[in-house]
Design a binder for this molecule. Structure first.
Ligand SMILES: NC(=O)c1ccc[n+]([C@@H]2O[C@H](COP(=O)([O-])OP(=O)(O)OC[C@H]3O[C@@H](n4cnc5c(N)ncnc54)[C@H](OP(=O)(O)O)[C@@H]3O)[C@@H](O)[C@H]2O)c1
Length: 245
């Protein structure tokens, strides 16, 4: 049990993950950029689990104010025991190729913003020698593909960041877990072409919760994606170039 900050608490994957955390008696601070939706999620958690839930508005792109955000949150809510990063945008690869501002927006929401908020948190956890930092990256970061390499490269950056953070904080006993979902049925994939092996957010959330409890380092969810990505990573470049996906 502890105090958990959920960044992107109204996201399709975070909503069932909030429930898994609340079910186990954790106090939750839900952070997202839409107060109305935050209130809906908060009321639902109250009604189901009768746990303490608070909300904070949070804009991932507002880097400059992230350290102050964390200080304020800890003053008002208490020391954090865990944090989940569940923010991201998929964007449109074609548009990002043609317009750097669109590419930058994808890189910012998926990578730069995560670094900006997780660093001040890591600093505090390292000093206290306790805490759990969980970030939702993606299988898309495991190998760049023509159809989504701007998003994929931002997620690759996030995965490498988490890997380094894990090594840095290992000596302090802080748990750092990278989550690599495959395709999950949330608003992020609405309107996208048919995708393979679409998972339900509830299943993904439960697997993330298990990873938190078992203090896993990297999880693929659903687990099948670990094997899909091993195969994909091992296709030689000369063959990979001929594929179109
Ligand atoms: N769905 C998939 O297939 C899939 C696969 C692999 C990884 N993931 C990752 O899983 C995480 C959760 O995504 P999801 O599938 O649950 O999709 P989602 O429901 O679209 O969640 C993405 C969340 O990011 C938030 N967000 C975007 N920009 C933000 C900003 N500047 N400030 C604050 N919040 C911002 C969105 O807020 P608003 O609701 O206000 O727009 C939304 O709640 C993301 O990191 C995503 O990349 C998803």
């Amino acid at each position: 049990m502890g105090n958990w900050l959920i960044l992107g608490a109204t996201s399709g994957i975070a909503i069932p993950l909030n429930r898994e955390l609340a079910k186990r008696g954790n106090r939750l601070l839900l952070a997202a950029r839409d107060q109305e939706r935050l209130d809906i999620v908060k009321n639902d958690l109250h009604a189901r689990f009768n746990v303490e839930v608070q909300t904070e508005l949070f804009d991932a792109l507002d880097h400059i104010n992230h350290p102050a955000f964390i200080d304020r949150v800890e003053q008002e809510f208490g020391h954090l025991d865990g944090v989940v990063w569940a923010i991201g945008i998929l964007g449109k690869q074609k548009q990002a190729e043609e317009d750097y501002k669109k590419a930058y927006a994808i890189i910012d929401a998926n990578y730069l913003s995560a670094v900006s908020i997780l660093e001040p948190i890591a600093e505090k956890f390292q000093k206290r020698k306790t805490g759990q930092i969980i970030a939702i990256s993606s299988v898309a970061g495991d190998r760049g593909r023509a159809t989504n390499y701007i998003y994929g490269s931002a997620k690759a950056g996030l995965s490498a960041y988490m890997q380094g953070l894990r090594q840095r904080l290992a000596k302090s006993g802080v748990h750092v877990m990278t989550v690599k979902p495959g395709v999950v049925d949330t608003k992020m994939i609405e309107g996208e072409e048919t995708m393979p092996f679409i998972a339900k957010p509830d299943k993904v959330a439960l697997e993330i919760m298990n990873g938190i409890q078992k203090r896993r380092e990297v999880i693929y969810t659903p687990g099948l994606w670990r094997f899909i990505m091993i195969s994909l990573r091992h296709i030689p470049e000369f063959l990979f170039k001929r594929l179109s996906f």
